[in-house]
Design a protein around this ligand. Structure first.
Ligand code: HEM
Length: 340
């Protein structure tokens, strides 16, 4: 195992905001070679065999989704039929470290696979920040490279980081947002955003672009620094099991509607404040795995897998995720899949 020289928080921050060991070789134009991409995740954040190269520490759960009439007016997708749809859920801590502490500020994730009639599926990875730390695959790759620890010293070159940040200030927005938020009290008490825009296609073929977020129906709750310290580094899995047993974990799936001149191809830019919001449905978490197993363990959540009636925006990050996710999946399956 290559041990990351960065602290966990710094490693997560690096992933949130990412860089290029050999500019031009692995990344030409906007394209980044997917194998080089996953290699760069490992070089920057550490290689932990068997684990996802991002979102390593996680737990499987299951859920049920019911769509609304408002959603059916926006999209023909069968997921919004109003009939309950089974969902495979994975909650995780951001970053590559499988021992990442639960009681520090940073990213939490909720990945979903909706299993739809006729064999259709919808996969998505949602994060606890309204923006991502890179607008293009190339920028993410170079961000990661700028944070790669020097093999001699074990630390990244601060001058290189500074120069990258100065040339790419938008990469800092995600980390700044997460640093401004308290430690989530529960996987069930934090907002999760899709960050990339998608189009919703109705029966007339009209396309409404938007960005979504999952909002906990029982409200957003954070811990004070003292409470977080007292919880220790591993409280989120049991906390989730307890709350789901009480049937109190659910999220409203809300879509912010983009207006014609809004930016819908850049995950570092949120939609303007106050855009009309439509509730597409409700996701209820129905069970949580007792251990590190479950249906999510051997899945990857590819944001290019979606039902008829939903289409990707022109955001270049969407298509760029599919191949690195598959490569990360094949590496961890070969090594023996783990998530705790
Ligand atoms: C080109 C850009 C990106 C690359 C190369 C990348 C890479 C990766 C990789 C390699 C994994 C592990 C996959 C696995 O082993 O199953 C992963 C997981 C994840 N990524 Fe990305 N990522 C990118 C962009 C994003 C963006 C924009 C988001 C924001 C929503 C995101 C959210 C997630 C989440 C939530 C997970 C964990 C999913 C799970 O629980 O399986 N990623 N990413």
């Amino acid at each position: 195992m290559i041990k990351p020289a960065l602290s966990t928080a710094a490693a997560i921050a690096a992933l949130l905001t990412v860089g290029a060991a050999a500019p031009g070789a692995a990344a030409s134009g906007d394209h980044v070679d997917p194998v080089a991409f996953v290699d760069q995740f490992e070089a920057t954040a550490g290689k932990y065999e068997g684990y996802r190269r991002s979102g390593a520490k996680g737990i499987c759960a299951t859920g049920e989704f019911v769509g609304t009439a408002e959603a059916r007016a926006l999209s023909t997708a069968s997921v919004f039929s109003g009939e309950p749809v089974p969902v495979i859920v994975r909650f995780s801590v951001g970053g590559a470290n499988p021992k990442a502490p639960d009681n520090v500020r940073g990213q939490r994730n909720m990945a979903l696979q909706f299993d739809l009639p006729g064999g259709e599926r919808w996969q998505m990875g949602n994060i606890s920040s309204p923006v991502f730390g890179a607008s293009t695959p190339r920028q993410l790759f170079e961000l990661l490279a700028s944070r790669q620890p020097d093999p001699e010293t074990g630390v990244a070159d601060p001058g290189r980081i500074r120069a990258f940040n100065e040339a790419n200030p938008e990469v800092l927005r995600q980390g700044a947002y997460l640093a401004s938020q308290p430690v989530p009290a529960s996987y069930g008490s934090v907002n999760y955003w899709g960050v990339n825009a998608y189009g919703f296609v109705n029966t007339e073929g009209a396309v409404q672009f938007g960005k979504w977020l999952f909002e906990p129906t029982s409200g957003v709750k954070g811990l004070t620094d003292e409470e977080a310290k007292a919880k220790g580094p591993d409280f989120l899995f049991d906390e989730l099991r307890r709350r789901v047993a009480e049937q109190t974990v659910a999220f409203d799936f809300n879509l912010e509607l983009a207006e014609p001149d809004d930016v819908v191809d850049n995950a570092t830019v949120p939609l303007p404040e106050g855009r009309e919001q439509v509730t597409l449905g409700r996701l209820t978490i129905t069970s949580v795995a007792e251990d590190a197993g479950g249906a999510c363990l051997t899945l990857t959540f590819n944001p290019m897998i979606m039902p008829e009636g939903v289409k990707p925006s022109a955001d270049p990050m969407l298509a760029a995720r599919a191949a690195p996710y598959a490569i990360s999946l094949s590496r961890r399956l070969t090594e023996g899949a783990k998530q705790q």
